[in-house]
Design a protein around this ligand. Structure first.
Ligand code: MLT
Length: 322
């Protein structure tokens, strides 16, 4: 009798899940962005969210849940119902690096189901315009000469701006301090205002301010220049060969979200990535969309696992503490 009851219960659960999947979405969907509004993660989530709305014919809300380099927002997503109505926006920092730094109450790989990669952008080494340095070499000399007072803006320990800053300072042998913000959106505002000196920031965040002349760019952390900013040299050209960092972003859902619901969300993101207006926006921001073959949940899972294998030993060896 008990065996029959549990089989019946499982059948009902399957029936409910597939009924839910068939009607998905039937209410607004929330994308949790674990950094402040106006920053690179927020801008990217809004560009994609706007187009997903059209395909899914449902409201897509962006909710900024900030703090601890994104761990607060990701924790909120992990603990949300696995029904497709809560999506976790993240990147190399939040969904890889943080797992090697913070004692997270969940498994970054196993407790979230992947939806798709969203693309990547290189970082830019930028500073306030008041600094005397006019080249990357001069900036490195300036940091070496002023490491007791120089400040690097970040979005918290483990964020993209933080681990890129640590990587740069390890390469040049300095130990200037980091100023944490709830995102590189507010950090950039303080850089423009001259409150902090340097950010190793996502190109998509800094480029508009570089083009406006309100901050100075020294190099892009890639082997090739950004099409939207051909005047900014690569780190290889500017004298710090190999300092390559590409910050990739993606979308996940809570573990156990029905596969066909994940499929519908994935489809909506693919449609957004194929949209000419989105492609134009990506180009303006220096963002590289993922190749079509890399737009599957499996591809994100494989990429995340490979990045964990690559970065965790480095970060654990560097003994980075939250
Ligand atoms: C942001 O949106 O603020 C960034 O993604 C933060 C970072 O990781 O640097």
């Amino acid at each position: 009798m008990r065996k029959f009851a549990s089989i019946a219960a499982a059948l009902v659960a399957c029936f409910v899940a597939s009924a839910q999947a068939q009607t998905f979405p039937s209410k607004p969907i929330t994308i949790i962005v674990p950094f402040a509004a106006g920053g690179p993660s927020d801008v990217l989530a809004r560009v994609i969210g706007e187009k997903m709305r059209a395909t899914l014919k449902e409201t897509v809300v962006i909710e900024n849940v900030t703090g601890a380099a994104g761990t607060i927002g990701v924790t909120r997503a992990v603990r949300s119902p696995a029904d497709g109505y809560t999506i976790s926006f993240g990147h190399l920092g939040t969904h890889v690096v943080n797992g090697a730094i913070y004692p997270l109450p969940f498994d970054l790989v196993e407790d979230l189901d992947p939806v798709t990669l969203l693309g990547a952008n290189p970082m830019l080494v930028v500073s306030k315009t008041a600094l005397p340095a006019k080249s990357l070499k001069e900036l490195i000399d300036w940091v070496k000469a002023n490491q007791n007072k120089a400040t690097f803006g970040t979005a918290g320990v483990g964020s993209g701006a933080h681990f890129s800053g640590v990587y740069l300072q390890n390469l040049i042998g300095t130990n200037a301090s980091y100023v944490p913000y709830r995102g590189t959106g507010p950090a950039l505002q303080d850089l423009v205002a001259g409150q902090i000196d340097i950010i190793v920031d996502q190109a998509s965040n800094s480029l508009p301010q570089v083009q406006a002349g309100s901050i100075r760019a020294y190099a892009v952390t890639d082997a090739k220049r950004i099409a939207a900013a051909p005047g900014i040299p690569t780190v290889d050209e500017a004298g710090l060969p190999g300092f390559h960092v590409s910050l990739w972003s993606g979308l996940w859902v809570p573990k156990g979200t029905p596969k066909d619901v994940v499929g519908k969300i994935n489809e909506a993101v693919r449609a957004a990535l194929d949209d000419p207006a989105v492609q134009k926006r990506y180009a303006e921001l220096g963002l590289e969309p993922p190749p079509p073959a890399q737009r599957t949940p499996e591809a994100l899972r494989a990429h995340q696992k490979a990045e964990v294998a690559k970065w965790w030993p480095v970060i654990k060896a560097a003994n980075v503490k939250p």
